[in-house]
Design a protein around this ligand. Structure first.
Ligand code: ATP
Ligand code: MG
Length: 495
């Protein structure tokens, strides 16, 4: 904690202006007029560690250009939070009092996206700077709306002025549209966590805090702004964000923000499967998948993302098989985290293949118990399991197809005849299927020999490969041998 405090307040504070309102500190700038509030805290340039060196050039370009055009523009969200924590931000988000259309008019490389939440994306090659117009919350008791910044409201076309048109809640209290523009202070209070509502401006390089985010950051606390129950109902994805950010940043979820999570997690079933696809990628592919999965399970949230997985873990026939299924998932997640740390590529298809492997096996056994042949049972089970998962998390077809291919290849990997091996090793999914087999072998003694054989085969030269192929004992040869043996060992009938 002291580390963060020293980092935030790392520059020498000669004339402390923290906790002063803009007027008290004599600030006056068109691009940076701050609404007053009881808890407003402003850190001047020398009181925090954010430097333009930590910010992407493109984000700086956007901030300066909006300022030059006469708009307010701030870096906000993860960009500010992560730099204050001494981390490199994943992306940079900008908040402004310009409407999306006004932002678009300033940048040729801009496209507008989203219906529920209209945003401007400014594209710089592969980097996207997300620019959001200040938004007002809904029924905000905690915002002293001082109307210091009414410009976006005034400049909007008349047909957009009806509030109901721009903000709408579903029967479950969920915000299905959130396009009510507002002032910076309103924008701060409609954000999810206090540590995500810190604003940095290039007009005087200060950091503005309306929600005590700096205090929470110093205490390494993730605290929802406003009433947690209401804020989770308004957008249940905040449950996932709480878990994800606490694991990624090593922050403790504040007690009051943590309490309603298990009870309100069922609301995730009202979130669109497309949005849950995006969120699940962020949960699992950010380098902290194992920790995040544990937290999702402990907080009883995982079953609303992976219902079949949790069901099959619960229904394991005995504690040993349950442990093996848990370990299988755990080792896949640990591997994924390691690959990300090493800069190696990862695909969500692999993780979905892992999460759904046990449910797949359960269904295959069920169909086989009804007399269905193994391969047919596998195909039928694979499509049922995947379709069911896609009702919750909308895995795009191109990824679900990869996961299914990896499953089907598990069959083919057991066939080690020369021709099959040649075609398999050049198969586009061979590597993923082989990695999957190795992962399975980690929990299944019987597969160890098979996995080792494929490892040796890949490492071997042509001569050794022939030898490896020759030495394989094929299952039907095994059967024939054992038949012969059983014949031999049969007691002779008395004549
Ligand atoms: P990271 O980008 O590191 O994953 P982030 O906090 O920046 O974390 P983004 O998804 O980029 O996450 O969102 C940017 C900011 O938008 C957040 O910091 C937060 O202030 C606000 N925000 C995002 N999602 C929500 C939400 N569901 N409810 C309220 N505010 C949100
Ligand atoms: Mg971000």
């Amino acid at each position: 904690m002291t580390g963060i405090i020293t980092r935030i307040f790392s520059r020498k504070n000669k004339s402390s202006s923290a906790n002063k309102t803009p007027n008290q500190s004599g600030r006056k700038n068109n691009n940076h007029e701050i609404a007053t509030s009881d808890n407003l805290k402003i850190l001047s340039r020398d009181q925090h560690c954010i430097s333009r060196k930590n910010i992407s050039k493109n984000a700086l370009k956007v901030l300066y250009k909006l300022n030059e055009a006469g708009y307010q523009a701030y870096l906000v969200g993860g960009g500010v939070r992560d730099i204050l924590l001494g981390l490199a931000p994943k992306d940079f988000d900008v908040a402004t009092n310009a409407t999306p259309e006004e932002v678009q008019a300033e940048f040729r490389n801009c496209r507008l996206i989203g219906r529920r939440f209209r945003l401007a994306h400014i594209l710089f090659g592969r980097e996207v700077i997300e620019v959001a117009t200040f938004r007002a919350g809904h029924d905000q008791g905690n915002t002293s709306s001082t109307n210091h910044d009414q410009r976006p409201l005034d400049s909007r076309p008349k047909k957009h002025k009806g509030k109901d048109d721009r903000a709408r809640k579903s029967d479950h209290g969920m915000l299905v549209r959130d396009n009510v523009y507002g002032s910076i202070i309103e924008d701060a209070f409609r954000r999810d966590f206090t540590v995500n509502a810190l604003y940095y401006t290039v007009s005087d390089f200060s950091v503005i805090d309306y929600t005590q985010g700096l205090e929470d950051l110093a205490a390494r606390k993730l605290r929802l702004i406003g009433d947690p129950d209401e804020r989770y109902r308004e957008d249940p994805v905040r449950i996932l964000r709480a878990i994800r950010l606490s694991c990624k940043l090593d922050l403790t979820i504040d007690k009051q923000s943590a309490e309603p999570i298990a009870e309100l997690a069922p609301l995730l079933s009202h979130v669109s499967s497309a949005r849950l696809w995006d969120e699940s990628n962020k949960l699992l592919l950010a380098g902290h998948a194992e920790k995040t999965w544990n937290s999702l399970c402990e907080r009883k949230v995982a079953q609303y993302l992976f219902p079949q997985t949790i069901e099959s873990l619960k229904n394991s026939v005995n504690s040993e098989s349950s442990q093996a299924a848990h370990n299988f998932i755990k080792s896949a997640l640990t591997n994924t985290d390691k690959r990300i740390a090493n800069g190696q590529p990862v695909t969500p298809a692999f993780l979905f293949a892992v999460f759904l492997w046990q449910p797949l096996q359960d269904r295959v056994s069920h169909f086989q118990s009804k007399g269905m042949p193994a391969y047919e049972a596998h195909l039928k089970a694979a499509s049922i399991v995947m379709d069911k998962q896609r009702e919750t998390i909308g895995i795009p077809k191109r990824f679900s197809a990869i996961a299914k291919e990896m499953w089907a290849l598990q069959f083919r990997l057991t066939n080690r005849r020369s021709k099959g091996v040649q075609s398999l090793i050049s198969h586009v999914r061979f590597r993923a299927a082989y990695d999957f087999l190795c992962l399975r072998a980690g929990q299944d003694e019987e597969l160890k020999e098979l996995a080792k054989w494929w490892t040796d085969y890949q490492d071997a030269d042509t001569k050794d490969r022939d030898l490896l192929l020759k030495n394989v004992i094929h299952p039907d040869r095994k059967k024939r041998r054992s038949n012969k043996n059983s014949h031999k060992n049969k007691p002779k009938r008395d004549k």
